[in-house]
Ligand binder design. Sequence first.
Ligand SMILES: OC[C@H]1O[C@](O)(CO)[C@@H](O)[C@@H]1O
Length: 795
Amino acid sequence: MAGGGVVSHGGSGEYEGRVTGFVVITCLVAATGGLIFGYDIGISGGVTSMDQFLQKFFPDVYEKEKNAIAGNQYCKFNSHLLTLFTSSLYLAALIASFFAAATTRAFGRKISMVVGGTIFLIGAILNGAAQNVLMLIIGRLLLGVGIGYANQSVPVYLAEMAPAKIRGALNIGFQMATTIGISAANLVNYGTGQMKGDYGWRISLGLAAVPAIIMTVGAIFLPDTPNSLIERGQTHQAREMLQKIRGVDDVNAEFQDLIDASEASRQIEHPWRNIMELKYRPHLVIVCFIPFFQQLTGINVIMFYAPVLFKTLGFGDNASLMSAVITGLVNVVATLVSVFTVDKFGRRFLFLQGGIQMIICQIAVGCIVGSVFGVKGEGTFSKGMGDIALTFICLYVAAFAWSWGPLGWLVPSEIFPLEIRSAGQSINVSVNMFFTFIIGQAFLSMLCQMKFGLFFFFAGFVLIMTLFVYFLLPETKNVPIEEMNRVWKAHWFWGKYIPDDAVGVHASTSYIKSGAISSDLSGEILNLLISQARSSRLLQGEGDVAEDFLLNSKSDIRRFSKEEKGKDIAMDTNLNQNNMRRPSPHDLFSGLDPLEIALIKDTFCDDFFFDWETIAKTLGKGDLAIMDENPVTNNNPPEQCQTMPWGPSSDLNSSVVSDPSSSFQSVFSVNGDKGVDSGKEAPSWSNDLSEANGGELGEGVTSGATHKKSQAKEKSDLGSYTKKVCRLSRFKDEASSTDIEVDKSDIQPEAPLHDPFEPIAHAKEIPKPEHHLPVVSDLDNPLLEARCEFSYGVF
Ligand SMILES: OC[C@H]1O[C@](O)(CO)[C@@H](O)[C@@H]1O
């Protein structure tokens, strides 16, 4: 692969590795943990609407239902004992999830899954064989404990096993399994609902043993996550596991991040106390609100009570069970949609789209129910009205299923640093279970009291949660799990809670590699950070991260966007030369956090043309001293200072520039030249970057660290350069706002500059080739754009 294929998955590329069959299978097996949860959700509603079941355990409710035919439709199922049957399980799950957190941390994710599956199995047997309400309730409590364990450990397991770029998809496997469980339960109920005697409900409840066995047996064969192995001191096995799940030998960068995260985690003796610290406030707020909101969508009104609800809406017994089957299937299919979109469109998009769709549907259902039953709850649904209501309910379920359903588990499982991840996940599970309990418990009386207004009540909540996501939830798509602090740090509101030292150079490097930052940072800043990484101890000590980056990355950052017109710092000196506005510190650094500014400051060792104090003040980021305290940026000995990646300013003075009124597009391409072994000829200058990039490939380029290391060594012995090629690429027709391609590609490259990634002292040894200055008179034309490309090469 011409790009130097060690980061073989391309795209946003983060750590080494590919998506292996092994990781997919383990994640699928783990996700079956969702089956037990789903089966239980789906089974209770059907069972509690079966006459034989009601007669045996809840005779009062049975009587009331029979007599309510002509009465108030809103209240005919309102019984606290009945709802307690459904919701007691969630109280047990809530408490169990705290024990599960300790188990998961101390013994691994897998053990928690096995424990959860086994306890659930016992509960299923008790339920299927129940002789009285007590047996029924104890059985349900055990089911709850099983679910608490599974829901705590499975999402964490999935988030840790999955490579970042498909973490969303694999993690959603859990919710996918949940919806399959719900659907399977609906189908079982549909079948058993027709049976005479006690068999129907007994089979329905007893069959919960099937998903329990699948999960327990599956979990026994699962490996534990590298993160958990490291957490428990099994470093060697952890590395092997990482190599196995990523399918490559060179897992250094990711492994290092896991070790770092684990070290940080080890310092934390009391995750529960720690999670209250200010620096975890953003995580804590999100992890409390997401599950709360997920339940306040009102989804479980449909999931638990679909048959009851449809009966309330005047559907016959069969039609009610059938409608539950339909909503269950919609739930499964729509969850699949999120599997395929979550890592592409991101979490926020799905949250927002799903939220809007849910609001519309809930309002519609509220209006329909209101128009038929009115306030008194008297009236009957015509077939047509019933079908319209069912359609809106299905659209609502679909929207939930590709947004809040799966994301309610995914987002909380991926936002926490390792040291409090297990604790955070327990909070997520317990808040979710608590509000599942509340909704389960309160729904029937809420329906009785609020009538059709209940649907508007839920619509109001969905509106609030959609605004919450819009303003307060950062995008976590494609960000490696141990790099998440960067996301928080960059957030407009939460950033202030995250201390600078939570975001180190190491983090910067892999974060840059993940590509996640490229839209936030301009190309120049990115390059500066890269060069910082290169010159920092990372490269000298544990070179792989930066080497990999240099050898494999192509950052093609088109930073020319509407807001950034005229702020191109690559062109700064040129702008000056041509009497253009010199960008202010604010232009250049707003949007960066102090650490990033400090990195840049340190990179250029104070002697660049920026007035650092002014920058600090202008941006209101506090005193420079604060930046200077940062240990990460303070270890650069002066001789390792860099100049600008595009060369000293004198070189820039003479470079190509277009008119002030035109705009720039700079494309940075940081390409490792793979083909140049010691003694070979340097690649010749070319206007086409791909040529420099794709020169003969050294045979070991794709084969991992050893070869790369030796290459890198040879490289630094040999010296290297930066090439800058400016060419006129576009003719901007202001009047029509269209871009017309003009090919003026023959502009000569200008002088090769020194390697931006080599310390200056070393760069000086590089013989400077002759200086070619492009002479392009057209550049005076205000309508032209210059396109400059930088490439990094070796000779
Ligand atoms: O698919 C619907 C189901 O998903 C959950 O919200 C869990 O994510 C359950 O509470 C609900 O019953």
